[in-house]
Design a protein around this ligand. Structure first.
Ligand code: COA
Length: 176
């Protein structure tokens, strides 16, 4: 049975489906890229990313159950290339359990609006299929492109939020 976790669907330019094992190196390239991670905690340890996503590709359904994480590979229809990741991540924010909408593109693909297209599809799934009450994005206010994507998907600034590492982020929210 194919579920939205395996195959979320297609937009005009993109396909969203579960990340695959043969994409682990590309995913690790993204998470270790200084520019791509500048506003989201900096480059990660490559082996940690490989291990984490290997586990996810092996069994996405159990990762949702255990970690509350849903990840989709964003594939460019015209080239078949992995251009990024989008996600729904359960997070504790100021003692509340929230679902964060994540979007993350390979820098070569920044600009034409892919993140907005992908994140809109994921948000639609969160409301229509998962029936979530609201989605948040936790954004470094310096991250202008991310603020732009959040606003275009329909999220609005709610308040400042203090993260566990002591940094201040801006919390954006969209209600169903
Ligand atoms: C955030 C990210 C996905 C945005 O991707 P993108 O392809 O640049 O997004 P878009 O082209 O749709 O641009 C989004 C909007 O941001 C705005 N924007 C982009 N660059 C900007 C800049 N330098 N200054 C001000 N606004 C900017 C624009 O308003 C644009 O909207 P427009 O189409 O109406 O002009 C991408 O930069 C990325 O992957 N960054 C690293 C990961 C990350 O930070 N993710 C977000 C975590 S909160």
């Amino acid at each position: 049975v194919t579920t939205p976790l395996d195959w979320l669907g297609e937009t005009e330019y993109l396909r969203l489906r579960a990340p695959r094992e043969e994409e682990l190196e590309a995913i690790a390239d993204l998470w270790t890229d200084a520019r791509a991670t500048e506003h989201i905690g900096g480059p990660r340890d490559r082996d940690m990313i490989l291990d984490g996503f290997r586990e996810y590709t092996a069994d996405p359904h159990s990762c949702v159950q255990n970690e509350g994480e849903r990840w989709w590979a964003i594939i460019e229809l015209s080239s078949g290339e992995l251009v990024g990741l989008s996600a729904l991540l359960e997070k504790e924010i100021d003692s509340q359990t929230e679902t964060e909408l994540g979007y993350f593109l390979v820098p070569a693909y920044w600009g034409p609006g892919y993140a907005t297209e992908a994140a809109s599809l994921v948000a639609n799934h969160a409301f229509s299929d998962l029936e979530l009450g609201s989605l948040v994005a936790v954004i470094d206010p310096q991250n202008a492109p991310s603020v732009g994507v959040a606003r275009k998907v329909g999220l609005e600034f709610e308040r400042e939020a203090l993260r566990p590492d002591g940094v201040i982020r801006h919390l954006y929210r969209l209600r169903r």
